[in-house]
Design a protein around this ligand. Structure first.
Ligand SMILES: [Zn+2]
Length: 159
């Protein structure tokens, strides 16, 4: 299906019409329930784009949050929490670049240790959990986040 581009508070949203409109709805919900978290997203995410999986990436100067329909449509609170999670990845990445200016080219070529990736995931999951609690997310979502071991990225690897 054809993708469209929408804007909400200068955040680009790219996806199928239904998806893009849904994300705007979720961002409006966040603006009402957790405005400070929405500000964090405005600061660290330039674009939210529909994709087959949910993750965060930096393309040149652009910070993109890719989001799957599965994650988005699970629920409004889950989608909002996932945006908080991915924005935290973007924040950590920028802080990392700031602190490792000289070593960065070399370091980027070295695969990161699983333990370091798990530590970062747990930090992002914690941010999502705090946000979900504040939005009164369903108990099953809170429980799922509490149980998360931060190793979900291992199970998603298909290569
Ligand atoms: Zn993550």
């Amino acid at each position: 299906m054809k993708k469209i581009l929408l804007y909400y508070k200068k955040i680009e949203i790219i996806g199928e019409p239904e998806f893009a409109n849904y994300i705007v709805k979720v961002l409006k919900f966040m603006n009402k329930k957790i405005p400070s978290r929405l500000k964090t997203i405005q600061k660290y995410i330039n674009r939210i784009e529909q994709s087959s999986k949910t993750c965060q990436a930096h393309l040149n100067e652009l910070s993109i949050c890719y989001m799957s329909a599965k994650t988005a449509y699970y629920s409004t609170t889950w989608c909002a929490g996932s945006l908080v999670h991915e924005a935290h990845h973007a924040k950590l990445h920028l802080e990392y670049l700031k602190n490792n200016k000289t070593k960065i080219q070399r370091l980027l070529k070295v695969p990161r240790k699983i333990s370091a990736m798990q530590k970062e995931e747990l930090e992002c999951i914690k941010q999502k959990l705090i946000a979900c609690k504040k939005m009164n997310a369903p108990k099953k979502e809170i429980d799922c986040l509490k149980k998360a071991d931060g190793l979900h990225f291992l199970k998603k690897q298909t290569w």
